[in-house]
Design a protein around this ligand. Structure first.
Ligand SMILES: [Zn+2]
Length: 452
């Protein structure tokens, strides 16, 4: 599929550049030695290296576009249906750049646009006039235009690289918008419709056991939600509520969305992974809350028995607070790690579909999508060795994947296998891509595992 000797030769020349740069990076950090270059030379060096990074990005874009066409051709030769062509390529680009498959797919999209539709922008990147990010802005801001209009903007802006180089991010966006609106006013409407179709809500960890709940909304909805929360906070504070404005807005957000009258009145199912030493002996070994990440030991203990006034059972059955003076109910499912190895205790099933108990166990073990560098939330439980060739429904043979990665690994030429090392090591999956590259992904350390 690839011209192997040439790839090897290119790699060898890149190695030589890297060795030269490593010498620069290992040089003196104090500007007092006789061998140290002067200030102006150092600024020139920083600029030259920035141009080198841009040129490297352009070369990566060209390589990604070549991989894309080569894989599509071989998939078509193998009889893959037209709408399935291209599956898994973005993930391979992501792996090569140590980025998530999602990011790899974005980078591949940029590579296709630069090589096929915006040649002047690619030249400007290759010449070090713009960074990969500015090239992304040029591609993104022209996405809703016709090919002819996109190419006119490519020509007008990137055809004059010295002028393009002088623009900052905001100035560049404003210039493209100004040109695009003049060429095709309908594209503004199309853009708004496309942007609106990309609305979403996400949840990601914040420091100190807090979380960011983010909503990307059409501007009218976003402003309306914010104004409603602000009005309610002002009303309550005028009526003597002692909470801060931000606190009331946050509490009101939770109340209105969950439909409960008090922010503290919540029922949660918590899957907490912690050692018995953390729970009972008060040691500081952190626990893991799947979907959030590592939480401090004391916070985990409070969740179990302190502030939330709930108790714990082994079978995950419901336990409500004994004091009866709190509306909080905690459904707690406890997953202990084996004391000898630190691994979560294995579970298996005779069924082909992953039963709920095993799925919970794998979600706790893997925490996020297991594809290397992905980190997206788990949406699918995937048989590593497929069921139809004798793969079993056991914790060892099932991994948690996001939707995109599960889709990518169904492409021709992909293979996964369990490659656990010595007893006690983390659950490890090896993924082989169609080019024969091997990537290993180990489950994150469970509480109780001592890192030497
Ligand atoms: Zn994934």
């Amino acid at each position: 599929m690839f011209d192997k000797p040439r790839v090897v030769a290119q790699d060898a020349s890149i190695r030589i550049w890297m060795e030269e740069l490593a010498k620069v990076a290992a040089g003196p950090a104090e500007a007092d030695g006789p061998a140290c270059p002067a200030g102006p030379e150092l600024i020139d060096q920083i600029r030259a290296l920035e141009e080198l990074k841009a040129a490297a990005s352009a070369a990566q874009a060209r390589a990604a576009a070549l991989v894309d066409s080569a894989v599509r051709r071989s998939q078509a030769d193998a009889g893959v249906q037209k709408e399935q062509l291209g599956k898994g390529i973005g993930a391979q680009i992501g792996f090569a750049r140590r980025e998530s498959p999602h990011r790899g797919t974005q980078l591949l999209g940029l590579a296709r646009i630069l090589t096929k539709e915006m040649p002047k922008t690619l030249q400007a990147l290759s010449g070090g006039f713009i960074s990969e990010w500015r090239a992304t802005i040029l591609a993104r801001e022209t996405a809703c235009l016709t090919l002819a209009d996109r190419q006119r903007i490519d020509d007008m802006l990137a055809g004059n690289p010295a002028e393009l180089e002088a623009l900052g991010d905001r100035q560049l966006i404003a210039r493209i918008k100004g040109l695009a609106y003049g060429m095709d006013p309908a594209s503004v409407v199309n853009r708004a419709a496309k942007a609106e179709s990309e609305r979403f809500v996400s949840c990601r960890p914040a420091p100190d056991t807090m979380t960011y709940l983010t909503g990307l909304l059409p501007v009218a909805h976003g402003v309306e939600v914010f104004a409603t929360l602000a009005r309610e906070a002002d009303r309550l504070r005028a009526a003597g509520d002692s909470r801060g404005r931000g606190q009331i807005m946050a509490d009101t957000l939770v109340e209105r969305i969950t439909g409960r009258s008090k922010a503290g009145d919540v029922r949660v199912e918590v899957q907490l992974v912690m050692t018995d030493q953390t729970l009972l002996a008060g040691v500081a070994e952190p626990a893991v809350l799947p979907g959030y990440g590592v939480i401090p030991a004391q916070f985990a203990r409070d969740l179990v028995r302190g502030k939330l006034e709930a108790s714990v059972s082994n079978d995950g059955s419901r336990n409500s607070g004994s004091s009866g003076n709190t509306a909080t109910e905690v459904w707690l499912r406890r997953l202990f790690t084996a004391p000898s190895t630190g691994r979560l205790v294995d579970m298996d099933s005779k069924a082909r579909l992953v039963p709920a108990g095993l799925a919970r166990f794998i979600a706790a073990r893997d925490q996020n999508c297991r594809m290397p560098w992905c980190g997206a939330p788990i949406r699918h439980f995937d048989h590593i060795k497929p069921w139809h060739v004798g793969g079993t429904t056991t914790a060892n043979n099932v991994q948690g994947l996001c939707e995109a990665c599960n889709h990518a690994k169904e492409a021709p030429g992909w293979a996964c296998s369990v490659s656990n090392g010595e007893l006690g090591a983390a659950h490890t999956v090896e993924t082989v891509t169609p080019t024969g590259h091997r990537y290993r992904s180990a489950a994150p350390a469970s509480p109780g595992v001592r890192v030497a």
